[in-house]
Design a protein around this ligand. Structure first.
Ligand SMILES: [Zn+2]
Length: 161
């Protein structure tokens, strides 16, 4: 089994992208949404929060998804009951905002990166998703500051806006 498929088994971020209603941000997710725009600034990316989209919780279990973007109504739905959400809500929301606001497609490539693995004292080189826009995100390694910086840089560098 090659590393990407292993990764997909460890953690498959099922995301599809479609539609829904009205424009508001669920308060719990507001800091995450705010961070997206802060990060855009940090990456010197001129993207303004036009408040014309919704980020809300919903049950996506029937679809087997962790999060979903509905383009027609500019609505992102996040399922807070999923392991993916509990592990890292920012990754889920940023992935969807990447679709909706940066007009990014999936990028399912992998790279070697030094990562901390829980219970192990030093970083180890792992074959990991190259982008937050990868469908197979964050298996059992720690998404530390260094990795986060790389992922943020990648996310905004390839924005289509
Ligand atoms: Zn996606």
């Amino acid at each position: 089994m090659n590393p990407p498929s292993l990764c997909c088994l460890l953690f498959f971020l099922c995301i599809a992208c479609n539609k829904e209603d009205d424009h508001h941000i669920t308060p719990i997710l507001q800091p995450v949404v705010d961070n997206f725009f802060l990060e855009a600034q940090r990456q010197s990316h001129d993207i303004k929060n036009t408040n014309d989209f919704t980020v809300t919780f919903g049950d996506l279990s029937k679809e087997g998804k962790n999060a979903r973007t509905y383009y027609e109504t500019r609505t992102i739905v996040v399922d807070s009951s999923t392991a993916a959400y509990k592990r890292d809500p920012e990754v889920l929301v940023f992935h969807e905002m990447g679709h909706l606001l940066l007009h990014r497609e999936h990028k399912d490539s992998f790279i070697y990166m030094d990562m901390y693995v829980p219970g192990y004292p030093v970083k180890v080189q792992l074959w990991v998703p190259e982008s937050i826009m990868n469908c197979c995100l964050l298996p059992d390694y720690e998404f530390d500051d260094d990795a986060r910086k790389l992922y943020m840089k990648e996310l905004f560098s390839f924005a289509n806006v």
